[in-house]
Design a protein around this ligand. Structure first.
Ligand SMILES: [Zn+2]
Length: 254
């Protein structure tokens, strides 16, 4: 799409009123919005309006799409964008929604015929695929450290440099270098913890590879910011620099 056209279209979308019924979806399904300031809520709503309108949404396996599904997914994805302007996951054009976890063939030749269930997937240059059941669960449990939508959209952000490899882009070179060092150390620690079966704040799934590490760290950053800043101070500080928000403010006092 031509950028001038997109700009004009976005301006028009922003001028449209926020549907009152959408407030209910935020209140019921996206608990991280509960403690946002009025200014943050307004910023989130602007982003949700554009995100809902611009993505190509598809219901799979008989799932009937509705506004509740779109708004619930959009709000969780867009809270990751409160620190940036005029970017709405533009690299993600299509969102495929399944009613629940879906079966995928691993199709690598060796393990052909083997299948597993997945709650979500993100493809470089392709769609984000989500289970609605798990997207809803993530939005309604704001402090268990698990959030499917944040996880998959973190992969999309990671892919902005052309590769979903866990090397996220910072506009400050020193932060980029610090990120590599901190992640090397943190990732190795998580791998060791997983091998020895020791429970950790960061989910062991983050020890799969560095791309999963970034996605898991992002889930923890938004859902358990206080714990993350206490146990992984440098990682938290870098994620805060990356997302340019402080999710501590959105957590109710526990
Ligand atoms: Zn992942």
């Amino acid at each position: 799409m031509f950028s001038w056209f997109r700009k004009r279209r976005r301006k028009k979308l922003l001028a449209q009123p926020w549907p009152e019924a959408w407030d209910l979806h935020l209140q019921r399904n996206v608990r991280l919005t509960w403690e946002m300031t009025p200014a943050e809520t307004e910023a989130l709503k602007s982003r949700v309006k554009i995100f809902v309108a611009e993505k190509h949404w598809e219901g799979c396996k008989g799932l009937q799409l509705n506004e509740e599904i779109k708004v619930t997914v959009a709000a969780q994805a867009c809270l990751m964008l409160l620190g940036v302007d005029d970017y709405y996951f533009d690299n993600v054009k299509t969102i495929l929604m399944y009613p629940q976890a879906f079966k995928r063939e691993t199709g690598d030749g060796i393990s052909q015929g083997k299948s597993q269930y997945r709650a979500g997937e993100a493809w470089q240059g392709g769609p984000i695929i989500l289970s609605w059941k798990d997207s809803l669960r993530g939005g309604r449990n704001e402090d268990d450290g698990h959030n499917l939508v944040i996880h998959e959209f973190a992969h999309a952000l990671d892919g902005l440099d052309g590769e979903m490899g866990g090397n996220v882009m910072f506009n400050d070179a020193a932060a980029g270098e610090a990120w590599l060092k901190v992640v090397d150390r943190e990732y190795a620690q998580l791998v060791r913890a997983k091998e020895s079966g020791r429970r950790t704040l960061l989910d062991h799934y983050g020890a799969t590879n560095k791309a999963e590490f970034f996605a898991v760290a992002s889930e923890t950053f938004f859902e358990l910011p206080r714990e993350l800043s206490r146990e992984h101070e440098q990682l938290f500080a870098l994620l805060q620099k990356y997302y340019r928000v402080d999710p501590n403010q959105w957590q109710r006092r526990r």
